[in-house]
Design a protein around this ligand. Structure first.
Ligand SMILES: Cc1cc2nc3c(=O)[nH]c(=O)nc-3n(C[C@H](O)[C@H](O)[C@H](O)COP(=O)(O)O)c2cc1C
Length: 297
């Protein structure tokens, strides 16, 4: 593959407007994939979709991720978004939340491969030449399941790119062995469709050695590791970056500078430093939950 692409993994609840603005102003990302937009039986109004898109700012390319169970409503949503200027879509077939999967959405789609194919085909039909990618895990309960669904997704001709999180849905976020073998097999099964690798890539060394061992991969997606080292994607691209601790501090200050809710500040700082090493944790706990936390940048 040519130059690898480096992506920030979407993170629902964490990617607040303030975080998006800070990441943009510090040039920490080159493109966005939105967290999932949940599509219910009734397709949303354009006003709702506009509000969802607004924090992404329009400066960087945006791939909008959709999650739902109604192929028709998802297709209509994608069509409305395309009228608002969106030209790349992603379908979430990986979310492990029980609330989501019990209704068949997110990772729950892996228990109904026919339904998943119908969603992919219906959405692709609605968006024509615009790009459709899929973010998926290697199975519902066994990574061997990718042998079944990846060839069908490839054969549909509807998928322009795969983002593959190496775990199964049931594994949630547990530490499991076999990342490289699973991703290697996913790349083989994806044939000519590019595969972006996802899951626990937290350092430049790990990214480089994974790409060296899996040279057919099209790139890397990092989520939690980026929060812990917000300049991580810049490091992976060999762009100038401060040392990780300076970067954490700069990023956190930039996010909260104009005022950020205390509860969100606790959550974000715990992601950035880890609860044990969080320099703001004790202080934040003394503040009223409803207050806004501010730091000069
Ligand atoms: C708080 C949080 C929210 C997430 N929200 C989404 C989401 O909206 N859509 C999605 O496809 N993945 C979501 N993910 C999964 C990540 O994008 C990524 O696939 C996963 O964390 C594995 O990558 P990592 O080991 O680099 O974190 C979320 C993960 C976290 C931790």
């Amino acid at each position: 593959m040519g130059n690898p692409e480096f992506w920030l993994g979407p993170m629902e609840g964490v990617m607040t407007p303030e975080l998006l603005e800070a990441a943009t102003s510090l040039h920490l990302v080159k493109r966005w994939m939105t967290p999932f937009f949940r599509v219910n039986a009734d397709a949303p109004k354009p006003k709702t979709l506009k509000a969802f898109l607004a924090p992404f700012g329009g400066e960087l390319p945006v791939t909008v991720q959709l999650m739902g169970v109604s192929p028709e409503a998802m297709a209509m949503t994608a069509q409305t978004l395309s009228q608002l200027g969106v030209n790349a879509f992603n379908l979430n077939f990986g979310c492990p939340s029980r609330q989501v999967t019990s209704g068949g959405a997110g990772g729950g789609a892996l228990r109904n491969i026919d339904g998943m194919l119908r969603t992919v085909e219906t959405v692709k039909n609605a968006i024509g030449d615009l790009e459709l990618s899929v973010k998926i895990r290697t199975g519902w309960s066994d990574p061997g399941e990718q042998e079944l669904f990846l060839p069908r997704l490839v054969a549909s001709g509807c998928v322009g790119k795969f983002f593959i999180h190496y775990r199964t849905v049931k594994e949630q976020y547990a530490g499991v062995d076999g990342r490289e073998e699973r991703l290697k097999r996913a790349i083989e099964l994806a044939e000519n469709v590019p595969v972006i690798l996802n899951g626990d890539v937290n350092t430049p060394d790990d990214s480089e050695s994974l790409l060296k061992r899996l040279p057919q991969a099209a790139g890397i997606m990092c989520a939690r590791g980026w929060l812990h080292d917000p300049f991580l994607l810049r490091r992976l691209e060999h762009l100038p970056a401060p040392d990780p601790e300076t970067g954490r501090e700069q990023f956190f200050r930039t996010v909260v500078k104009a005022g950020f809710p205390v509860n969100k500040s606790i959550e974000l700082s715990n992601y950035i430093w880890g609860r044990k090493n969080n320099p703001y944790f004790r202080h934040l706990l003394t503040l009223p939950a409803g207050a806004a936390f501010r730091l000069s940048p």
